[in-house]
Design a protein around this ligand. Structure first.
Ligand SMILES: Nc1ncnc2c1ncn2[C@@H]1O[C@H](COP(=O)(O)OP(=O)(O)OP(=O)(O)O)[C@@H](O)[C@H]1O
Ligand SMILES: [Mg+2]
Length: 161
């Protein structure tokens, strides 16, 4: 569960939010609706810890983790739907890329071996081996069926038409 407790944000003299209290509970899918400039992205930046509120707290159940993607319509075009979900966990995705780059090397040095072992350790700690299965069940839970998980993001709109 993620909850926002008495979140307020002041930008200069203007209060963008005052005393926001909300609980995001398991099994639900939430949408945040508001006019352009109302503060949706700013609220999400507070939720994800990228921005400190003026007052209040964000509480995430211990052992749980928040993944997030950027508000950029084209950023993920060249990635599959599944990879895009995994990219929500930026560190995990970075480890996967670094590991792949090392294993692709033809002149694999001892140093590369040490680095790979370190990355494998961190990957395992982050439940990296379950990341694909987790992303699949997350997508299925949102009603995005398995046949769409391996297509590129930029083909989704064309498919819907
Ligand atoms: N660091 C900041 N300093 C000053 N003003 C800011 C800052 N961050 C956001 N704002 C202002 O806060 C308001 C909310 O912006 P935000 O980007 O959160 O809106 P939004 O609801 O996501 O809009 P959109 O629908 O266009 O994505 C805007 O008026 C913006 O100019
Ligand atoms: Mg926004």
């Amino acid at each position: 569960m993620i909850s926002a407790s008495n979140i307020s944000l002041r930008v200069g003299k203007k209060a963008l939010f005052e005393e926001v209290n909300i609980k995001f509970t398991e099994g639900n899918c939430y949408g945040l609706i508001g006019a352009n400039g109302a503060g949706k992205s700013t609220f999400l930046r507070i939720l994800s810890g990228q921005l400190e509120p003026t007052s209040g707290d964000i509480i995430i159940t211990p052992g749980q983790r928040l993944s997030f993607l950027q508000q950029d319509h084209f950023k993920y075009d060249q990635y599959t739907v599944l990879d895009t979900v995994i990219m929500g966990n930026a560190r995990l995705y970075e480890i996967m890329k670094e590991k792949d780059a090392i294993y692709m090397k033809e002149d694999f040095t001892e140093e590369d071996g040490v680095k790979a072992a370190e990355l494998e350790g961190e990957f395992a700690t982050m439940n990296g081996w379950e990341a694909e299965a987790d992303a699949e069940s997350l997508l299925n839970g949102l009603g995005i069926e398995t046949e769409l998980h391996y297509v590129q993001m930029n083909t989704l709109l064309a498919r819907r038409r």
